[in-house]
Design a protein around this ligand. Structure first.
Ligand SMILES: Nc1nc(=O)c2c([nH]1)NC[C@@H]1CN(c3ccc(C(=O)N[C@@H](CCC(=O)O)C(=O)O)cc3)C=[N+]21
Length: 299
């Protein structure tokens, strides 16, 4: 292995430290405590784990955490009533509804109900449009986390070829916008892309969010590229019965022989997602109070 392994876990801890520092200052100087509300519908075990991690880290940085657990069969009206209350609550600066939601609900309609100024997932049409127009809004947490890792690793990305594999509203599209803002030449590839290996092979920055375990092989990677692996697939552990193992979208072993730098799974992008959720909540709080926002924690 020749590549630098990018330590997302350590970087996320650093980001949370910066958030905590700014939160302490807000409390001391202005008597304001940023608050994050997480809405969870149903009892998906993976979602429960994520929501618990979000709660713990929110409290750790000194912010207020509000959890709303709703039954799997909750009506849209009842869910919207909860969201409306959170929209109107001055103690709440960020609102996140954990996805996926049960089939009878629409993620699009849920997102549309959240006040864009509190939409810390950056998923609303308003925030997507602001990002696409180069204006200030809230940026989806995972792309923001990847941007922070890339800035730290590469500094100036101007003129580099960036390939994002994946075109979701949650990740691929905002990631491409952020790379464009960094003056990269950006290609968005997806499941219908012809000769995906060849397209990936041109990337100085390769961001893989295909959603298929270990699909991106080492021989798809340009020597010296920076590889960001956004995939997480949980499989039963091959050696430890009853345990699970996480796989990325990149075949780490072969890719790390070719890339200059690569994020591992776990311990890469994943921890940055929650750190950026806290950063976005702080940013939303500062903006809603007309206070200067934290430096280095926004796009
Ligand atoms: N409205 C909404 N916003 C989200 O941002 C959102 C969501 N719904 N639904 C689910 C996905 C997934 N997600 C992750 C967060 C942290 C890790 C994370 O911390 N991963 C660790 C390991 C975690 C483990 O061991 O299971 C790592 O990669 O090192 C992963 C994935 C946020 N999501």
């Amino acid at each position: 292995m020749t590549a630098t392994v990018i330590d997302g876990k350590a970087f996320a801890a650093k980001v949370r430290g910066q958030v905590a520092e700014h939160v302490a200052k807000l409390k001391e100087e202005h008597g304001i405590t940023p608050g994050l509300a997480v809405v969870l519908v149903g009892e998906d075990p993976a979602s429960e784990v994520y929501v618990a991690a979000k709660h713990r880290q929110t409290v750790e940085v000194g912010m207020a955490s509000f959890e709303h657990k709703l039954p799997a069969d909750v009506s849209e009206d009842a869910l919207f009533e909860v969201i409306d209350k959170l929209n109107a609550d001055p103690k709440v600066h960020g609102i996140l509804c954990q996805f996926p939601v049960p089939d009878h609900l629409s993620e699009r309609r849920v997102v549309a109900r959240i006040d864009p100024n509190k939409d810390v997932d950056g998923l609303s049409v308003a925030n997507a449009g602001l990002l696409a127009s180069g204006e200030t809004g809230l940026v989806s947490c995972t792309p923001l986390g990847c941007l922070m890792l890339l800035r730290d690793q590469l500094g100036n990305m101007s003129g580099m070829n960036a390939v994002v594999v994946g075109r979701s509203n949650l990740f691929g599209k905002p990631m491409a916008q952020l790379l464009l803002q960094e003056n990269c030449t950006v290609t968005i590839a997806h499941s219908r892309t012809k000769d995906l290996a060849e397209v990936c092979g041109r990337a100085d920055i390769l961001v893989a969010a295909v959603g298929r375990a270990e699909m991106v092989q080492g021989d798809w990677v340009k020597p010296g590229a920076t590889v960001i692996d956004v995939g997480i697939t949980r499989i039963p552990h091959p050696e430890k019965p009853g345990k699970s193992k996480l796989l990325g979208d990149v075949e780490f072993g072969s890719a790390s022989n070719v890339a200059a730098a690569i994020t591992p799974v776990p311990g890469g992008v994943g921890p940055m997602t929650i750190a950026c959720l806290l950063a976005n909540t702080l940013t939303a709080c500062c903006r809603s109070n007309g206070l200067p926002e934290p430096e280095g924690l926004t796009a």
